[in-house]
Design a protein around this ligand. Structure first.
Ligand code: GLP
Length: 248
């Protein structure tokens, strides 16, 4: 696990985008796992810049997203489908046929979740998965208590997560109660992980993730077991660390 502490949000996004771009150049048909939330937004902006100014080519890339709210249609402005198209996909030359997000409106959600994991395997597995972290230590929508070996499935969102995400909705009542999420085992199968964390409200979760024991109660701690995980953290998110994790 490589932990990189950088001065601010912009710096972690630039570093993260550099890692993604390096992979895309080396393996143009790579399989990328994307995340939503505010954390990866700057990284996506940098990828868009690289596409527009440097010709970074996404035409052969296959994508899988981590999660999606159950019950929100793809056109809903708070669905993760909508988020990904608005904030990344429509600005780069990704092939829409190669884009995968869990279907929050699937008739048979269980069957869909099984299909999603199978599809990842069929295309050769995730080369790189981008992650944010919830203030309670969740990754994707694997809330505290999630099995560390879990596969893609439906999870009930905690009150804390619904409160955190209420800022994007008119009121907390409109925040969905369930989501489809890649499992922790599914995420751990990715050949590389990048976890981005920025801001003081992530400091406790980052402390637990880096310095705490591996526990299903803090799902992000599982990244300690990954062979190629890079944690990109800004000074605010690193503010509660006791060990010196600084790497130049
Ligand atoms: C949601 C997403 C996670 C994300 C988390 C943190 O719960 N399912 O993938 O990491 O929010 O979001 P933010 O980056 O906005 O703090």
């Amino acid at each position: 696990m490589l932990t990189l502490i950088r001065p601010d949000y912009n710096a972690i996004c630039i570093e993260g985008a550099r890692i993604v771009a390096e992979l895309v150049r080396k393996k143009p048909d790579c399989i990328l796992g994307f995340a939503t939330g505010s954390s990866p937004l700057g990284l996506y902006q940098e990828l868009i810049r690289m596409h527009q100014e440097e010709g970074l080519d996404f035409s052969k890339v296959t994508t899988f997203n981590l999660d999606e709210y159950v019950g929100l249609p793809p056109g809903h402005d708070q669905s993760y489908h909508f988020f990904m198209w608005e904030n990344l996909f429509k600005h780069i030359n990704v092939n829409p046929g190669y884009v995968h997000l869990p279907a929050g409106m699937a008739d048979d959600v269980e069957e869909h979740c099984e299909w999603y994991d199978k599809r990842i395997d069929e295309v050769g597995g995730l080369d790189l998965q981008i992650l944010g972290i919830g203030s309670n230590g969740h990754i994707a929508f694997n809330e505290p208590g999630s099995s560390l070996g879990s596969r893609t499935r439906v999870k009930t969102l905690t009150e804390k997560t619904r409160q955190d995400n209420a800022r994007f909705f008119e009121s907390i009542d409109q925040v969905p109660k369930y989501a489809i999420t890649m499992g922790i085992g599914t995420i751990m199968d990715a050949r590389k992980l990048i976890l981005l964390a920025s801001g003081k409200n992530k400091a406790q979760a980052i402390k637990n993730t880096l310095e705490g024991p591996i526990s299903a109660m803090v799902p992000a701690t599982i990244v300690q077991m990954h062979r190629h995980a890079t944690l990109l953290i800004d000074e605010d998110a690193a503010g509660m660390l006791t060990a010196d994790w600084r790497v130049d």
